[in-house]
Structure formats: C-alpha cells, structure tokens
Design a protein around this ligand. Sequence first.
Ligand code: BTN
Length: 260
Amino acid sequence: MTTEPPIQWFEEVDSTNALAARAARAGDVPPGGVIFAARRQTEGVGQRGRRWLSPIGGLWCSFAWPLGNPVDVLPGLGLRVGVACLRSLDEMMSSVGTAVDLRLKWPNDVLLNRRKVCGTLCETIASKWGPTLVVGVGMNVNNRVAEGEVGATATSVVEATGSEKDVEQVLLALRGHLMAAVRTGGLPGAWLESAQRGLHGPEGWTAIRDGLGGACRARLEGMADNGRVMFTCLDGPVSLVLERAFPEVHFRSSRDSGTT
Ligand code: BTN
C-alpha cells in the first residue's frame, strides 16, 4: 500500500516553492515526499519569475518529492500536473451544481469560464542529497480576484460558483491526483485523453511564434499522442503543422539561490 505524503500547514511563508527548495537543500524531504501549504504567501512566484498574488482564501502549496530516476518521471510531467489540477477542480465542481466551463490551458494551467483559476510551477532542485522534484500549485478558491490587478484574466472558485470550499479538503483531494501524476511516467492513455478532452485553445486564427524567430497565423488543431499541441500555420498558400516545445521543467542547482 502506498502512503500519502504528510501535509505541513503554515500561516504565512514567502513562497511554498522556496520553502520546499530550502528543505531539499537541507536534506529535509522524507523519501515519501512532503507537502508544504500556506494560508498566505508574501512572495509567491509564478511562471517566468512573475509575481503570484497569494492572499488568504486561496490554496498555495508545494509538493516536494525525492526523484529516483528523473528520466522516468520528468517526460510529460508538466502536462500530467495540469491534468491532476483539472481533475481536482472537475470533482469539486460536480458538488457545486452550477454549470461551469473547465479547461486545460496547455500545458499546465486551468481555466474556469475562460479565466485562469489555477497555475503550476514545476522545478527540480539539485543538492548533495540528490535531485528533488518540487511541484507548486496555486489555486484561487475563496479569494476574490475580480477587483484586483489580474481580475481581467483570472477568477476564483467562489467568484465563478458563489460557493466557498474548505481549502484543506481541496488540498487532500488534490494530493491524490498529484501523487498519481508523479508516480506515472510519460502520458498513459487516460492522462492524454483527459488533456485532449479538456484542451482550451484560441478559436479561429491566432498569431503564434514559429520557433524560427518569426510568427505566423495559425489555428489550433488539437493535441498529438505525445502531448504536444498541433497548429496548422497559414503563411502563404501552404499550410504546415507545427509542434510547440514540450513543457519545460525548470532546473535549479544547489548554488542557485533562486527565489529563496
Ligand atoms: C503560474 O504562473 O501560472 C504558476 C503559478 C504557481 C503559483 C504557486 S502558489 C504555490 C507555489 N509557491 C509559489 O511561490 N508558487 C507556486
């Protein structure tokens, strides 16, 4: 029988990802992993080093897990983590009774009624104890975002449904899905199917980078079996299919102070 990693709750931290990175460097992550969760973060970090607002009412947590063989776990990880969050929110919504539109914004964000409700940040931390995987999840649950600086593009569960949730229960449910995501390698059928079914994309023609330093007008065609999103690019009379790069996991060495 597999045991679930324990959850450590804090009232306030700088960033649960930074806390997890410090624990990894200090050799304080147990073999079965640990989850750090905070009611509030003062220096929450988003993708590409952006600030992540983390007031009371949201779920701000990071799962730290010693990586046995990174080659087994990392391919497809970003997408599996996105699907884990999508599944958690999907289950939560089934008890709400309000019709909502939940989508995976490739590779690892979740949109609720076309606004971001959940973002994830996966990192690996290298230290003398070996590599540790850190999966950070930020989910707007009972916090209000509509009036704030990200209000135009973000939402929360309470804003979309009028229903407050017990954040600790939300984390317990998420933990199960996250554990399944890190115990799986690649993109087995059920994960790929969830991602394909939930995939959000721009409708019609949109501008995307073509990977050669230029841009082209393209239309989303869907997701290939390897998890990559497929676009048809219309540049002149010929259409071609492009694949955008696979989701990246950011690497930080033990010398890299990162966000800590
Ligand atoms: C994104 O930009 O979409 C990723 C957001 C990830 C935010 C979470 S909140 C918990 C964890 N701690 C952080 O500082 N960041 C992640």
